[in-house]
Write a protein that binds this ligand. Sequence first.
Ligand SMILES: *Cc1c(COP(=O)(O)O)cnc(C)c1O
Length: 624
Amino acid sequence: MKEDRSWTEIDLISFEHNLTELKKHLKPGTNFMQIVKADAYGHGAYEISKKAIQCGATFLGVANVQEGLLLRYQGIEIPILILSPSLQNEIDLILENNLVPTISELSFAEELNKRTNKQVAIHINIDTGMGRSGINFKEAEKAIAEIKELKNLQIEGIFSHFSAAENDEEYTNLQSERFRQIIAKLDFQPKYIHIANSSGVLTSKCEYANLVRLGLLSYGVYTNPDLENKICLKPVMTFKSCISQLKSAEKGESIGYNRTYKAAKNLQYAVLPVGYADGYDFLLSNKGKVIINDQVCNVIGKISMDMIAADVTGIKVEIGDEAILLGGNEESIKAENLAALYNGSSYELLCQIGRRAKRYYFENGELIASSPLLRRDFVSSDYSDDKLNNVIETAIEQRLQSKEISNLIYSDILKRYFAEHDQDIHYRRNFRHTIEFNEHKRSELKDYYLTKTTLTFTKKLQNDYFYVACANNEQLLEKYFLRKDVEYRWLLDSNLEAALFDVTSVKINEIELYSEMKLSGGCLEIRCYHPGLRELKDQEVKFSISTQTYYPKNSHQLAVYLIEMTQGVQIEFKYNDLFRKVEAVPIFSGRSKFPQITSNADSIKVSSQKEEWIFPTSGVVFVY
Ligand SMILES: *Cc1c(COP(=O)(O)O)cnc(C)c1O
């Protein structure tokens, strides 16, 4: 914060307070949908969603597919409604990410119905007078009946949207009545009926509805000053910067572009390193206010792209002092008041704020999370490979010593693997690998431990066969690391014959596979197959691979590598009573470098969180 040029502070407790206050206006049994479109009105969709869910949100509302899938990647699981009409080319992403589309007209519904063979939940939007998207209320009955005929669509919700809930009671009532009549005529009961936005919660009744959609008021910004009598809200976001230079101007001198401000007397002013490119609206030129050391200061001159000037005459200030640009409890810089200065919209002001600023999240004054600078670039389509490679390189250079960079590559790699949903990239989940050493009786192999391994994981099945490969030389084995049809590789001691590696059991789900061994260029290739696998292709299946081999006693370490993107890793080394002490040296890259290590008298285990993604070329070395 202190070292940032500008930043936003998000007070999650104020957000919680607003939700609590809004919920007091809901009739019992009414659920709420948290609206998190436009990155939660600039507050950061992920953290806001998490908090809203904690506070009882049963639904999230976003503007488009990208916003929805971003939340899915970050692990948000509750239903997400795409409020705006989607485009037909977004259907696949909607289905893959389990998002709920809004139906605003029939042809989209028909296309959606065609493109799936599962039941897809939808909400139908009826235009009762908003005059924007949705099916005109006069045609609603017929359209709903037609959509109901589409067998893959399941009408989970029907909704409408108020045009002026904050300031036109009569029109709001008219819209509500039109909607009520449509609902009354339905010959089925959708799970959700909704019409009220956050203002509507305070100004309309809508007895027929059982869900409301909370936006601006939940962020603590009033849509109409009259509502202050009905509810007490707290602003959630504060936008801040700091003084980067102090200067003085003599009477008559001008400040900023085109000389729109001329000093009427000698004055001192502060230069703040934020401008309209940071979301501080250009129309606040010569109008905005900022708070420096508890004093209200006028913004003077035109807002530049990256800088503004504030009159600090007579105030004790220093370079580096904090300047509050928006939010907090000071009336003059509340979003609604700043927007009023230029006849603007507080909605717009909020969602444009802090384009370059980091978000810092607080609870009771304590910093609990932050989101990286490039958060909003996460799924942008103009994110070039070059830039991505650059980020990864830098990160590797720093050996993940910086949390910010490690967060960035984490999200960028996820993006690369998932957001672009490259069909060629497959990943494993629930990875469990156990390696067990034992003594044995074969005298010719007395310098070796008998070694049994079992590996299980789930993964999408790509073929009706796969290979296990084994070689006793690293170069030979290397080629199998690139092959997508090889699921397991073992490096055998150079003095052992390939025949001393054996696959004892291979299963996909409960199907025991056939295996066929072949020596090829000094490597042992074991083809595992079963005709029954054909039916499982493209499904997520459970692989179980057990092997038996020998491991040299003169080695004092055992290394296990992950060469695929893996979610949820557990690697266990069972050494029975062969060694006194075994240590595990994990080389993990992912969100955390430090998996959990647990050891018993005769085994040691390294495990990540179940949900955590571990990047390829991670691994662990057991040293004994
Ligand atoms: C944005 C939006 C909301 C939230 O409105 P607020 O006025 O911010 O409460 C609700 N419903 C729909 C369909 C929206 O697009």
